[in-house]
Design a protein around this ligand. Structure first.
Ligand code: DC
Length: 224
């Protein structure tokens, strides 16, 4: 199991990161949240005032950008040009920005290659949008995790409420999820797509614990 490579893809809010983190802990392998890398690029674009739609300027910026992933205190830290931006990349503005910058080929090529380097070093569970189709096409287990937009918005609402960070209505969160789904699924380069050999898991009626157990059962069944 130590060398297993697991790909978990799906739309935002399907529970990918919580489940993937838990599985990595249980199996003693690395967890890579690939969305955090796109978020770090978006943060740099937003800070520098470049338009999120300006593919040429963003491609130039990428030549001069360093993204590193470090593991400390049991969690993943994202370094943008040496600065730990793990907290700052969680804002709403960065979420929407990441969905936009991830459409640019120069961004994808660079980050996919970094992700593949990390997967060469050890067993890993990665979550994202293109892990099963592009980053790890030969992954040992591929899972495509979905849930209805309403349930995903509800989960996000409760999560923000719990953290004391709730600053919008449920309806506004639902609309954001729909916009990101549309962006992520309709872009030309590596759109959100279920790999042919991925198992589809719909967690709409599941608690997080039930969803995690279901993913773990799929991994157990596939490991030989
Ligand atoms: O998983 P997340 O919500 O943190 O991802 C942020 C954005 O990054 C998401 O809207 C789409 C993009 N992304 C991607 O295109 N490919 C990935 N492998 C991971 C994320």
């Amino acid at each position: 199991m130590k060398n297993i490579r697991i790909a978990i893809d799906g739309p935002s809010g399907a529970g990918k990161s919580t489940i993937a983190r838990h599985i990595a802990g249980t199996l003693g392998i690395l967890y890579l949240d690939t969305g955090a890398m796109y978020r770090a690029v978006a943060l740099k674009v937003l800070r520098s005032g470049i338009s999120l739609a300006d593919a040429a300027a963003i491609a130039r910026m990428m030549k001069d950008t360093r993204i590193d992933v470090e593991y400390r205190d049991d969690s993943q830290h994202i370094l943008l040009d040496g600065e730990d931006v793990s907290g700052e990349i969680r804002s709403n503005e960065v979420s929407m920005g990441a969905s936009a910058v991830s459409a640019h080929l120069a961004v994808r090529e660079r980050l996919v290659s970094l992700q593949q380097d990390i997967a060469r070093r050890s067993g890993v569970v990665m979550d994202g949008r293109d892990i099963g189709t592009k980053v790890l096409p030969n992954a040992d287990v591929k899972i495509f995790l979905v849930a209805s937009p309403e349930v995903r918005a509800q989960r996000r609402f409760l999560e923000l409420q719990e953290k004391g960070l709730l600053d919008k209505t449920y309806e506004a969160l639902l609309e954001e999820i729909r916009v990101r789904d549309r962006n992520d699924s309709s872009r030309t380069h590596s759109p959100l797509l279920q790999a042919e050999d991925a198992v589809l898991l719909d967690t709409t009626g599941f608690s997080l614990k039930e969803a995690t157990d279901a993913v773990m059962a799929l991994i157990e069944a596939r490991k030989d």
